[in-house]
Every structure is written in C-alpha cells, then in structure tokens.
Design a binder for this molecule. Sequence first.
Ligand SMILES: [Fe+2]
Ligand SMILES: [Fe+2]
Length: 208
Amino acid sequence: MDLKELIKQIVSSPKLHAKWLNSLSMMENTGARKISASEHDHLVNEIVLKHAAEEARHAYYLKSQIKKTGFEGCKTYLSHELLAPVQSAQYLHALDTFISRYLKNELGFSGKELKYAAYLLVTYAIEVRADELYPIYEEVLRENESKISVRMIVVEEQGHLEEMIQQMDDFFGDWKNHADYVLSLEQRLFEKWVAAIQKSTQTKPAYA
Ligand SMILES: [Fe+2]
Ligand SMILES: [Fe+2]
C-alpha cells in the first residue's frame, strides 16, 4: 500500500485519524525539544529560535485538530492514544543516534560542533520527509472535504528546509554527500515507521 492509500484509510476512521494526528503531534514535539536541547547557551540565533517555536506550534496545532475528527480522547501521548507508539517515539531518537555516530566516527566531530552538526543533518532529513508527507496528507484532507487542514505546516516546513540548506552551506560547505547518507538512513527508519503505522491500523480490539 502506498503512503497516500494508507493516509486515506486512516482519515476515513475518526479514531485512527485522531491517533494519527496525535502521533504527528508527538513527533513534532520531540523535534521541538531536540532543537531546544541542541541550542548553544549563548550563540543561539533567530533561525534556531524560530524553528524550535514553529515545531512546538505544529505539535500544539495538530493536537488541537483532534477534536475535529469527532473522536473523544487522545489527550496525552500515552501508547494507547498513538499509532505505532514505539516506532513513533523512536524514529527521531534513532535518526539522531545514527547521524551523531556518523559525524563522530566517520568525520571526527566532537563536543559542541558535533551537537550542532547533528542538529543540521537530523533536521535536514526530517524536513525533506515533512515536505513529502504533509502535502500528501493535505491532499487527502481536501479530497475528503475535511475540516482539518495542515496547509500552514506545509508552508512552514518548506521554509525550514530552505533554512537548513542555508545553514548547512555555511557550516559544511560541501554537504551533498552527507545529505545523501542521512537521507538513506532516514529512508530506512521511515519505512519501518510506515510499516508499523500500517500494522497498527489493522489491529482490532480484542472484543471486536
Ligand atoms: Fe514541523
Ligand atoms: Fe520543520
């Protein structure tokens, strides 16, 4: 099943749709927290602040859309309120771990530089993914004449990708090889996540 078909199936069920929104919200929130955690105490700039603020707002916005599905619940990020709770929680942490290991072992980064380089590459990979995922989700929402829209997120994620590319230009100079490597890492994690999401849409409650 391709991604759009999967999202269509999710959107057609208020409960699955609520959990999908909640899972995306949790992942956006993890992103916001990771950006904040990687900030330098003194050298933090406007782009980084804007980015952390917008990811936190995406988390809030997605959470606030849950009520429009008509499903009551998903107030927290507890496992039973998420799709693929384990993979959704691990996706970003795993990406961060793999990329940090690459920067350290293959490129010899350490300390604050390692932290900043990891922020750049992890966020870059996520923005590339966000620029694929959210437009497809928005397309499905419009086809369903849903009250929910993620158009604002689509626009902001495109801005983030441009900002990440600008920052990578400044920091790495030639970053294309790094980008290819991290995108291949991300692709594997994303496929695992999609497979897990698909599986959790098929799980029937024991009493059904
Ligand atoms: Fe975001
Ligand atoms: Fe973003």
